[in-house]
Every structure is written in C-alpha cells, then in structure tokens.
Design a protein around this ligand. Structure first.
Ligand code: AMP
Ligand code: GLY
Length: 429
C-alpha cells in the first residue's frame, strides 16, 4: 500500500521511518517532508505545503494513496480529514469538529468541566478590561492562555499579577496571536511533574502508547522561553502503573466518551499534556496529533507495526489490539539553531551526522535541514532530533549525548539535561 504523510518536522521523519519499515507499505509519499526523510528507503517528497489541504487531497487522489497520516495540527484544525473522507480517502487523524480539542482551549476547558475530566480551575474572558478586573482581585501565580492556535507560544506561566497583566496585554492589546487571542483563559497554576500521554483512538476505544516526557523550555533546568520541545524520553517513570490506570479511567475514557456525546467522535492520535500532582493526573492541554519531539523516542522503541493500528483506528475497530515495546529506554535530544525560539541564522553547514549514526542504537531524525552543496545545512529553529536507546535511562542518555557530541555547526544549541528527571526517579539505574 501507499501511505501519505503530511508535515516536515522531526515527528514526521520518525513517522516516515517507522511506516516505511512496515511490510504492508510499498511507498511513503511525504508532503512536503525534509532533507532527512528524503534519504529514507521507500520515501519520496512532494512539494505540497502541509496547510494546502485542497492540494493535499488532489495529491492523494492522483497518487492513489491508501492511507494518509497527518503530523501537525494546522491541517487537522482546518478540516483535512473531512475533505479527504468526502473524497473517499482513508485518513488517520481527527475531523475538524474533533480537532477543536486543540484548536480552542476555551472549548476544551468547558468540555472537561462538563464531563468531570480533572484540570485546573479557570475563567474565560473576551475583553481585556474584564480580565484585568479579575486579575486585580488576587496576586499569586496564574497561567494566562490565548484560546486558539499559537504554535505553542500562547501560554504564559506567570509568577504574579504584574506578569499576568503583561501576558494579557500581549495577547489582547498587541494581538500577538491575532484572532487566536480573541478570548483568554486565566487558570490556576498547577504544580507537579509533567508527562505526555498519547493514544491511538477510533472514536470509542483508546490504545495507549508508552508514556513520555517533553522538555519545553529552551535552557537546562526548565529555564527560559517555551519552545516546541527541546527533547523527550520514553518511558516516563512519573507515570507509574497506578498513574497510568488513573489517566486511562479519569482522562482518556471520559474524554473520548464526551467527544462522542458532543457529536465530535475523536479518531487519531489523542495527546494529553498532563501535570502529575501527588499521583493525580490533571490535564494541561489536549493535542489532536502526535507530540514533537515525543514521537521520536516513542516510535524508536515501538516494536509493533503502527500501520494496521492506524487503519483500524480510521475504521473504528481498535478494540482488542495491543502494542509491544522494546525493553530499552529511548531519549531524543533536540539540536537547535542558536537564538531559537527567537530569531536565528540559517544555512549553517552541519557536520558529524554520519559519525553519530555509527553508534549502535542511535538514529538522527531531521527537522529543519536542507541539502547544501557539501552536505546538510540548517534550515529551521529545531534542526535535528538525535535519538538513542539503551538498557536503562542512564545508558540511553550516555549514548545519545555521545552521538550529539559528534555533531555540530556554528552556534548550535541543545539542552544538556534531557532525561535527568527520569534518572533521578530511577536512582541512576
Ligand atoms: P499548554 O500548551 O497548555 O500545554 O501549556 C504549555 C506549558 O505551559 C505546559 O507544558 C506547562 O509547562 C505550562 N502550563 C500550562 N498550563 C499550566 C497550569 N495550569 N499550571 C502550570 N503550568 C501550566
Ligand atoms: N512536544 C509538545 C507538542 O508536541 O505539543
């Protein structure tokens, strides 16, 4: 069969690599893809943008694609699944109505409240003045969030009222995120340890992947600006078997049921961003897709072929299916252009990728790279996802950072502490 993957980041490279490995798949077409994906066996790039959903549909029809897997949220929120299904094409990804779970935080907070899914206390405001009045009533830590899609930048964790007022002005006065900031949420600030929990869903059932953890801030020790994610590992020991069961019964199952009752049946990857607070899972956000960079370590240690699971999910028959995992832990260290998530320079020649991949159990997934005259050059903020596995998190960390040390370019930046929280929990296993 022929599979189309939509997107161009590290997540899509991991998806393309894993899907191309399936015996069921003869060819993987990736739109628009990246320079790393182009090198993978069975993979071919086509230059249609991930946001051109009509162009993607024409591509899928003319290429006679059997299954489409959508990486990023924007085409899902714009309705790519609906458009494809109306043309008789099979897609693994939620409809526009279901992707509102990521497209509108106000919708999702109200849904969670209505159906008793645990999350932070919150208020919604649609004018600057009403939100200011509310913020003047107290002065502790709060979280201010723009309602709509803001490429992960619309959330401000504020230590005090002054910071909250500044965040509010950024969203509602400066309109930094345009119409995505027409409404804001002011939310209780939760404490605990974060985890990502992702499942295949078919509208009724959730088949969970292994747990994982992202590292959202740019600097070590979770300092500095929010980014798309600077590294991830799987499994995440904060998700103990008891916490896993609570996530399934208190979050995933009721959420899927709620979406069904609201006439927005949810199929595709369902991603819950969670705060684990004294063993209790509280939802920070839902995403309508796989995480990036969580996809890299997750797919790297997944033994099962995901293609039959994606087809089963699209056809509403996931019940009874299972996933097997390699016994190793995996981590992904994101190497970024210096300056990211702010402005940065491009076209820097990258050295050492081949040397890094000579280490057994290491794979370098590309995100923002292009082919230059003498090899790969940088082309984006997040450039590479160096991913490695080992028996125990300590070995996975050691191997992966050894690979990272072989790679470089002018002004490359990466965090040195990916996986440290897992290492602490596992007593340095
Ligand atoms: P979100 O995009 O909603 O997941 O928010 C991005 C990041 O902001 C999360 O990964 C958390 O680090 C942080 N965050 C969001 N909501 C809260 C909250 N209510 N309390 C504490 N931190 C939060
Ligand atoms: N890694 C966080 C995300 O994909 O949203």
């Amino acid at each position: 069969m022929k599979v189309l993957i939509v997107g161009s980041g590290g997540r899509e490279h991991a998806l393309a690599w894993k899907i191309a490995d399936s015996d069921l798949v003869s060819e993987v077409v990736v739109a628009p893809g990246n320079a790393g994906i182009e090198r993978e066996p069975k993979c071919r790039l086509v230059s249609v943008s991930a946001e051109d959903i009509a162009g993607l549909k024409d591509l899928a029809l003319s290429e006679r694609i059997d299954l489409t897997v959508v990486g990023p949220e924007a085409p899902l929120v714009a309705g790519v699944t609906d458009l494809f299904e109306a043309a008789g094409l099979k897609v693994f990804g939620p409809s526009r109505a279901a992707a509102l779970l990521e497209g509108s935080k106000v919708f999702t907070k109200r849904l969670m409240k209505k159906y008793g899914v645990p999350s932070a206390e919150f208020e919604v405001f649609d004018t600057f003045d009403s939100a200011v009045d509310y913020l003047m009533q107290s002065d502790g830590p709060t979280v201010v969030k723009a309602d709509g899609l803001a490429a992960g930048k619309g959330v401000f964790v504020c230590n005090n009222r002054e910071e909250a007022l500044a965040a509010l002005a950024t969203i509602m006065k400066e309109r930094a995120f345009g119409d995505a900031g027409n409404q804001v949420i002011v939310e209780e600030c939760l404490v605990g340890e974060e985890a990502s929990f992702i499942a295949f869903t078919d509208g009724k059932n959730a088949l969970p992947l292994a747990s994982s953890q992202d590292h959202k801030q740019i600097f070590d020790g979770d300092q500095g600006s929010m980014t798309g994610g600077m590294g991830a590992y799987s499994p995440a020991p904060v998700v103990t078997p008891e916490v896993h069961d609570r996530i399934m019964t208190q979050v995933m199952a009721p959420l899927i049921k709620a979406m069904e009752q609201e006439d927005r049946p949810y199929k595709g990857f369902l991603y819950a961003g969670l705060m684990i607070s004294d063993g209790r899972p509280l939802v920070l956000e839902f995403n309508a897709r796989m995480g990036d960079p969580e996809a890299q370590p997750l797919l790297f240690r997944m033994k099962t072929d995901p293609v039959p699971l994606m087809i089963a999910a699209a056809e509403g028959r996931l019940g009874g299916m299972t996933i097997e995992w390699e016994p190793e832990d995996a981590i992904c260290v994101v190497m970024a252009s210096g300056g990211y998530p702010g402005s940065y320079e491009k076209e820097k020649p990258i050295r050492g990728i081949e040397e890094a991949e000579k280490i057994d159990g290491v794979k370098v997934f590309h995100a923002g790279t292009a082919r230059g005259a003498n090899g790969f050059v940088t082309k984006g903020g997040r450039v590479l996802g160096v991913t490695g596995k080992g028996l125990g998190i300590a070995q996975a960390i050691e191997k992966t950072y050894q690979a990272v040390s072989r790679i470089g370019w002018e002004n490359a930046h990466y965090r040195k502490d990916i996986g440290k929280k897992a290492l602490h929990r596992s007593d340095g296993r």
